[in-house]
Ligand binder design. Sequence first.
Ligand SMILES: Nc1nc2c(ncn2[C@@H]2O[C@H](COP(=O)(O)OP(=O)(O)O)[C@@H](O)[C@H]2O)c(=O)[nH]1
Ligand SMILES: [Mg+2]
Length: 705
Amino acid sequence: MKDYTSKDIRNVVLLGATKSGKTTLSEAMLFEGKVIDRRGSVEDKNTVSDYNELEKINQRSIYSTPLYAEFLGAKVNVIDAPGSDDFIGGAYSAFKVCEAGILVVNAQQGVEVGTENIIRLASEKKLPLVVAVNQLDADKADWDTVQASLKEAMGNKLVYVQFPVNVGSGFDGFVDVLTNKYYHFKDANGTREDLDIPAELQDQAEMMRQELIEKAAEYDDSLMEKFFDAGVLTEDEIRKGLNLGIMSGEAYPVFCVSAKKDIGVKRLLEFTKNVVPAPKCEENGPTSLFIYKNDVEPHLGEVSFFKVMSGSVSAGMDLEDPVSGNKERLSAVYAVAGLKKESVQVLHAGDLGCTVKLKNGKSNISLSQPGSGIVNDKIVYPAPKYRCAIKAKVQQEEQKLGDALKKIASQDPTVIVEYSKELRQTILSGNGEQHINIVKWRLNNEFKLEVELFAPKIPYRETITKTAVATYRHKKQSGGAGQFGEVSLLITPYEEGTETPKTFKINGKDQVMNIKTQESYDLEWGGKLEFYNCIVGGAIDARFMPAILKGLNDKMTEGPLTGSYARDIRVYVYDGKMHPVDSNEISFILAARNAFKEAFRNAGPKIMEPIYNVEVMTPAEYQGACMSDLQNRRGILGDMGADKGFSILKARVPLAELYRYSTTLSSLTSGAATFTMEFADYQPVPADVQTKLLAEYAAAEAADE
Ligand SMILES: Nc1nc2c(ncn2[C@@H]2O[C@H](COP(=O)(O)OP(=O)(O)O)[C@@H](O)[C@H]2O)c(=O)[nH]1
Ligand SMILES: [Mg+2]
């Protein structure tokens, strides 16, 4: 392969709703770029892009696949990104390494939900977009509908460069008003005739060309001047204007394509080469790579996909991860077209490529010239939307499962694995249920592990609502050294920002707590424990206070109601007894633990549950359905808003009611709605829920005994 430097490199990501034709388009681009000499199809499972076994089975893209085409002296790198929300991580990786996106719109559908989601995301990430209206050869293709839906979604940012001729099964060409040509296709192999615009289409072409020129002039003052003076712009001036418009995210040029018949693909590549910005990188600086994707391939093993962020990279080079200090030698460097890897001598700044068999095959890291210390910004992935617990079907395989999950998570940063000490469960999170099912598939097939997925336990908390006292004597005098300790304590609810109460009414009598020392603990699991030593007359030695505190802590990690963590309690140790010989630490640990347990039971104990702030963004037509679904989940609806034609619903919803929410929301709205969720606080559960939880805990305890 030729040596390409950044001015001759273009990096574009194919984006769009599922089934819009991204993979088919990438196949045609590779064909036009002479990387393949025969086009495969998604149906025949032989595309260069969907080469992964999983993708073939599913007949859809799950991972983002880097490809390239050599065209007009340029290397056009193309990333075929998956369309669905469940695999959106692949699109995020591509955003990091591409300078522009090609938004594929299905001419049979117009702008779809998935298209809208991508438009929103691209504009958030400031990624320039070129629109390719695809499938214009399909029976149901409808240019008017496409235009109307594009207008609704993109408004006056649209800039038509072309219009199609004979839309539908007879689709055989289009008029391009930038080059002023009619491109006609005789067959389905991209054989193109460049003709003059036929007389009957000239009026339409003239109108569109005038609009194009006016638009192009908008993005540059000098072009605007020229346009006012002369009323026209040259082809190159239009390109310059469009380039500025695209780069500032103010112009979305529109192209006509049939990926299947290879119509318009070459022209799209030409435009990409001529108008899409080249990567801006330091060509002569020290070498630095950013690894945006990691994968395992049969025969090759681990493959790490990178962008050269500065300098150039060649086989045999020694690099290091400046953050971890890990050193790596690059055994080989490849240009990538899906499955096909072409070994190359060198890749320069701005280019995409891959290497194999790194020692630490991780994604989202930099590998730089040792000592250069170049660290590239990481990709920030969206927060996970689906959460479940996972365990090995065979208990002996837990360790193996842990290792496999660690491996998968290091390759796919949108898979998050955590062991929760509190819940004693491994929690697996991802972008959606399908995403998690793919993890399960990999565990089954690649790692030969049988696993079970289930609803995670809820991290409940326990607290009290009233004041109570208890005295407990721990005493053991069977042979040898005895044990003796007695503790009297009072507990009362802790409320943030209130003064420490000192007077209590107990059994009708006022009792004053004489606080000698006080300690305040921020609990690891949230909330507070306040601990007051109110012992008078040396009833318990100060040296036993730490043991008493330990006893309280023990019980607080396993609350008396359901075994959950307790929080927000003030404890006053006001009396007790010691034995000159038998009293020791363990005696006071046990006495405190039991006294606390007893007092807790009499102090109006309450189970608290985690509440999340949920924000749903949905097309207005589904607003009612989303609201009643949230209410069925014990959600409390808050403010409502609107943004770009979407309704925004806010609600406080108990975590216990949010299992598989992403799946339900998606089916409720045909995939049109998105949501975010964020921990808010703990609230007491309703009485009926508390009764149910207490019964469940009692049953589980009984089963254990
Ligand atoms: N008629 C027609 N069908 C197409 C065209 N492009 C893709 N398809 C079909 O649309 C379906 C989805 O295509 P695919 O490339 O997998 O879409 P992706 O999900 O966006 O990658 C497949 O059945 C393709 O054969 C096209 O230009 N014309
Ligand atoms: Mg695809």
